[in-house]
Design a protein around this ligand. Structure first.
Ligand code: ZN
Length: 140
């Protein structure tokens, strides 16, 4: 999954939670769930990384740095750090640890439309809506 939807959707999900630590754990689980959904990926790590830093900054500064929204977003972003680490790079013969980062569990094909993948534009639109919901009326 693109990194930006992980951050935005998890931030919105975190709004439904009370405790930052539980929100973080739910965020990691939410990462796995989103990885399972059929989706297209981009490999623009630097642009995505920068975008995610801005999103995390926005969520943290509007909802609070110890808010469930912020920590749920962090939990959603963290598993993807291994996508850019050299010692978990499959091209170098290493393997990835997070269960949804290897083929059988990554981006499942829907049985009724085996070739469908959520397009980038849809992912971006959903992300923006989720980010709006995450930071709207968010009080520190
Ligand atoms: Zn992932």
């Amino acid at each position: 999954m693109m990194l930006i939807p992980h951050a935005c959707l998890n931030a919105a999900g975190g709004r439904l939670m009370k405790k930052p630590l539980a929100a973080f754990a739910a965020g990691v689980a939410g990462h796995a769930l989103l990885d399972l959904t059929p989706h297209k990926d981009i490999s623009a790590h630097k642009a995505e990384g920068l975008g995610v830093l801005i999103i995390l900054g926005l969520v943290g500064s509007s909802c609070g740095w110890s808010s469930p929204a912020f920590w749920c977003a962090m939990g959603g972003v963290l598993p993807d750090v291994e996508q850019v680490l050299p010692w978990t790079d499959p091209k170098r013969g290493r393997h990835r640890w997070f269960p949804t980062h290897t083929p059988p569990l990554h981006s499942l094909a829907p049985p009724w439309a085996p070739r469908w993948r959520a397009p980038l534009l849809l992912q971006t639109a959903v992300s923006l809506a989720a980010l709006g919901a995450a930071v709207a009326w968010c009080k520190k």
